[in-house]
Design a protein around this ligand. Structure first.
Ligand code: PRX
Length: 655
């Protein structure tokens, strides 16, 4: 799809200068300091990153090569250095802040636990020893399918400690999705729990895991099960092992495995426009560096902070800003297991008040949902501990931004709207809160050392204000993905298909305003962004077509007030179309079916039945037309190439 004709309709002129109170203590507190950093990065790109890597990472063996481009676009950073991510997150803090709180955990049912860096270190070591006792060695893949509890982080850190590669699968994904990910990664072990508490119910993780394993996953040898809920589950002798038994008698010291900087730290599966989810592969040192610099620059993190990123560890945000970045800088994080509205709509604000949260980082979908519940709810809580607010996952609409600023931040806290992706590893475009004025809806400017641009079809920079184009990154950066697991070809085709393979193609369209601020406009491919999570239209279509009654399906997004995008599915059945295009029973069944195949987040919000899908003569589905119809807009496209124009009325739900 061409992005050149996209002109922006958004015209947001409000500018918010960094609050004086924030600026006074900020690490980067002036535009001049920031300009100096940018200048350094622009003049001596590799020197800039080498300096960061030397000062921010504790190396076992220092690196001498900074950036190796010889296998481009498979770039390597700091490749002859040796280090360990878990060592950087734990051991190096023990002497100075062993008794500093690393994790404050609150379960949905109100149980609270805190872990100091000493305790977290001991727990990670014991579990790392347990993994070794089960025969896990460097390079083995381990799938983690856990609730949002400290043990999810402990499991990730333990993998990092021994050089095993983890792949966390979001607990909301179905058995089928879990199975696909286990098989693609060729994992030897699955770490899960008997369940988790969410939305007042138990999430049956172990039952889903059993189902996944019963249908395949031949590479899995052992399943370690953490006892979270204590309710009855099936246990398979010989394969399943309780977490508490696995760590019983294990030493609470485990020497880290020193790995090469490029050793894969993890895989994380994400949706693409075609085919099955891609296992995005991240490195150890480069990835860690990006999480550390962004923690310092964007979140201005300090020891006195309690940092709460609400993302689940199943997403990249939960990797970079729960499990790794904050621990690497020795911060205190808050982890909350459950839903934002249990037992009532004030839960998030109640947590902020009781634990004196200072930095709160969440997604626009959550902000909009909480905004809808009314100002009276946050007004009942003391939110004076907050000093900085963040947003991630999708563009934040100005209305939600202003609400966040006024009602939650009480006009005191800067808002950092952070643009990044699973592939980028860490935040790429975002305000430095003490130095950059913000505009509601804009992620502002690229971080130092990130060479982002908006270009046209030919790769030329678009300098005309507010003209849309492709968002690209023009130079490799340390925390970038290294490849798609087991599929280098797909990596090259997806991310480097244009501009002679020179620029990383993010897959988003963007524009820059007269001040050079970036505004993300949306995806250029068939990827939906539902509640800040990426879903390929193809994935949902494949799930629908797998149902015995469905012949064909086309899925598009339509704007949704809370979720950002809602899923609209057009379905052609085998046999006759239901009268009037409505069949509530079947619709319910198909929604449940998709939830079963992928997970509840992929459930179509609307399903409309028609005799056919609108196709061009060459057989391509006219998605733009379907999007127009889903939005309820007038059709202005040329429909003369349609074989059967009469189906338009069916697609519109008029007959
Ligand atoms: O379209 C952009 C949108 O989310 C996509 C990345 O999705 P994912 O890999 O799941 O990672 C989400 C969390 C980092 C991007 O290509 N996106 C993410 N953050 C923003 C955003 N769109 C606009 N503004 C943002 N701050």
């Amino acid at each position: 799809m061409s992005v050149e004709n996209i002109d922006s309709v958004l015209n947001e002129e409000r500018l918010f200068e960094p609050a004086a109170i924030f600026k006074a203590d900020a690490r980067i507190s002036s535009a001049d300091t920031l300009a100096t950093m940018r200048h350094h990065a622009n003049e001596d790109y590799t020197g800039f990153w080498a300096e960061q890597a030397r000062s921010e990472i504790s190396w076992h063996q220092p690196f001498s090569t900074v950036l190796d481009k010889s296998h481009a676009p498979h770039y390597q950073w700091f490749s002859d250095g040796l280090m360990n991510v878990s060592y950087n997150c734990l051991d190096r803090h023990l002497e100075t802040k062993g008794n500093h709180t690393a994790i404050v955990f609150e379960g949905e049912q109100g149980d609270i636990r805190t872990l100091t860096y000493h305790q977290l270190y001991a727990d990670v070591c014991a579990f790392a020893n347990a993994l070794k006792a089960q025969g896990i060695t460097k390079g083995d893949r381990i799938v983690i399918y856990m609730p949002m509890i400290p043990e999810a982080v402990i499991a990730m850190q333990a993998c990092a400690r021994i050089g095993a590669i983890h792949s966390v699968v979001f607990g909301g994904f179905s058995a089928e999705s879990l199975k696909d990910r286990i098989e693609d990664a060729g994992a030897r072990m699955l770490i899960t729990a008997d369940g988790g508490h969410r939305g007042g119910k138990i999430v049956e993780l172990k039952a889903a895991a059993d189902k996944a394993l019963a249908s395949g996953c031949a590479t899995i040898e052992k399943v370690i099960v953490y006892q979270r809920t204590g309710h009855a589950i099936e246990f398979k002798e010989g394969r399943d092992l309780w977490w508490h038994d696995a760590i019983d008698c294990m030493d609470s010291i485990c020497m880290p495995e020193w790995v090469e900087a490029e050793h894969p730290l993890f895989l994380l599966y994400t949706s693409g426009s075609t085919g099955k989810p891609k296992g995005i592969q991240h490195s150890s040192a480069g990835y860690l560096l990006g999480t550390i610099t962004s923690m310092k620059w964007v979140f201005d993190i300090r020891d006195s902070d309690t940092f709460w990123c609400t993302a689940d560890v199943g997403w990249v945000t939960g990797h970079s800003y729960v499990a790794y970045g904050p621990l690497a800088v020795g911060a205190t994080i808050l982890i909350y297991e459950g839903a934002p509205t249990v037992p009532n709509a004030g839960r998030f604000w109640d947590i902020c008040q009781r634990h004196k949260v200072t930095i709160f980082y969440t997604a626009p979908t959550a902000i909009r949902a909480l905004m809808k519940l009314g100002d009276e709810i946050p007004a009942q809580y003391d939110l004076s501990s907050l000093r900085l607010l963040g947003s991630v996952g999708e563009p934040i609409n100005p209305e939600a931004w202003i609400w966040y600023h006024k009602t939650i931040g009480q006009e005191r806290c800067p808002i950092v709207d952070t643009w990044w992706q699973t592939e980028t590893g860490c935040i790429m475009i975002a305000p430095i809160p003490g130095a950059v004025a913000t505009k509601p809806g804009s992620c502002t400017l690229p971080l130092p050392g990130i060479i982002a641009d908006v270009v046209d079809e030919n790769g030329n920079s678009i300098n005309e204000p507010n003209k849309g184009g492709y968002l690209v990154i023009k130079k490799p950066w340390p925390s970038m993905l290294r490849t798609v697991w087991g599929d280098d070809e797909r990596y090259i085709k997806t991310y480097w298909p244009k501009f002679g393979g020179k620029y990383y193609l993010a897959g988003d369209s963007a524009r820059r305003d007269k001040d050079g601020y970036f505004w993300i406009m949306g995806r250029i491919d068939d990827v939906l962004n539902v509640s800040g999570h990426r879903l390929g239209t193809m994935e949902v279509e494949s799930a629908l077509v797998a149902h015995p009654r469905v012949a064909e399906a086309a899925v598009v997004g339509r704007p949704d007030e809370i979720k950002g995008e809602a899923i609209f599915a057009y379905v052609v059945l085998k046999g006759t179309r239901p009268a009037g295009g409505v069949d509530e029973v079947l619709t319910k069944e198909l929604r449940a079916w998709v939830a079963e195949q992928i997970g509840p987040i992929a459930k179509p919000d609307d399903i409309r039945y028609s005799d056919n899908l609108p196709k061009t003569r060459s057989g391509k589905i006219m998605r733009r037309l379907l999007r127009t119809i889903a939005k309820g807009e007038e059709i202005t496209q040329d429909t003369s190439t349609l074989e059967n124009e009469a189906i338009l009325l069916q697609l519109q739900g008029k007959v």
